[in-house]
Design a protein around this ligand. Structure first.
Ligand code: TMP
Ligand code: ASP
Length: 245
């Protein structure tokens, strides 16, 4: 850990520290897991290191494919150095297959492949329980200009195209994921937060067994088996893919 590190923010799964450079932060991935707005909590030894490793590889891959992100470099086992950003309080969820909350709120049957990807926006606000937003509500709250929301939407579709193919190579089906964006010191919108099995759904294409094919946080949310085993498997497949010629 850097000298001079001062905790400036603690979230459910990460801590953010100030470092010497005022335009950068150190982000530490914790072993804690929460679900249903922290109604369910647990600690998984080794999750922080696994998510740091997975997220580092994914962010490096996205940047190599032209996506602007906050990521600068990995710093030890469970931390990264990133650009300091002002997080936009909108959680951007992209769905390729219907699962989770959308199936509780619509008549879509879990596992239905969507004809085209769907983007849902949620208000990042724990007190309000992260409610689903509409474009008009985002405009009313003056969180973002329409053109910035369009930019975020296009970037999210692009990230999906890149990552769907990436995961197909390692026989993982990218069901859905959540992204967060922020503004850096130059007022540019860039991808922040993390990309890990904590905030996406990945189904193992090597098995049809519905009880074990979830290799993501649904293992914890829905008591589907060992979370660390699943995250280790994802990390192993990504490492193998990234290191093959
Ligand atoms: P949902 O089915 O609960 O709407 O979740 C959709 C995706 O978003 C899923 O991959 C999990 C992720 N997600 C988060 O990362 N954080 C959250 O707070 C929620 C509710 C979902
Ligand atoms: N991240 C959410 C929580 O804080 C829920 C989830 O990922 O399902 O509990």
């Amino acid at each position: 850990m850097h000298t001079n590190s001062k905790l400036i923010y603690e979230g459910k799964a990460k801590q953010i520290f100030a470092i010497n450079d005022p335009n950068q932060v150190l982000i530490k991935f914790k072993d804690d897991a929460t679900a249903f707005n922290a109604a369910k909590k647990a600690k998984f030894k080794g999750k922080g290191i696994l998510n740091c490793s997975i997220s580092t590889n994914i962010f490096e891959y996205l940047m190599a494919n032209g996506i602007p992100t906050h990521f600068i470099r990995r710093d030890g086992d469970s931390s990264i150095i990133a650009q300091k950003i002002n997080i936009i309080p909108i959680e951007v969820v992209l769905r390729n297959t219907a699962y989770g909350s959308i199936c509780k709120q619509t008549n879509l049957i879990p596992g239905t492949k969507l004809k085209k990807p769907l983007i849902d926006f949620y208000f990042k606000n724990d007190i309000l329980n992260d409610p689903l937003l509409t474009r008009e509500r985002i405009k009313l709250m003056e969180i973002l200009k329409d053109e910035d929301l369009n930019f975020i939407e296009q970037l999210t579709y692009k990230i999906n195209t890149i990552l769907k193919d990436f995961f197909l190579n390692i026989e993982l089906d990218l069901i859905d994921f959540k992204l967060e964006f922020g503004l850096n010191k130059n007022n540019e919108i860039i991808l922040g937060d993390e990309f890990s099995p904590d905030n996406c759904r990945l189904w193992d294409m090597k098995t049809q067994n519905v009880n074990i094919k979830s290799l993501d946080k649904d293992r914890f949310r829905n008591d589907l088996g060992d979370l660390i085993e699943a995250y280790t498997e994802i990390n192993k497949r990504i490492d193998h893919f990234m290191s093959s010629p």
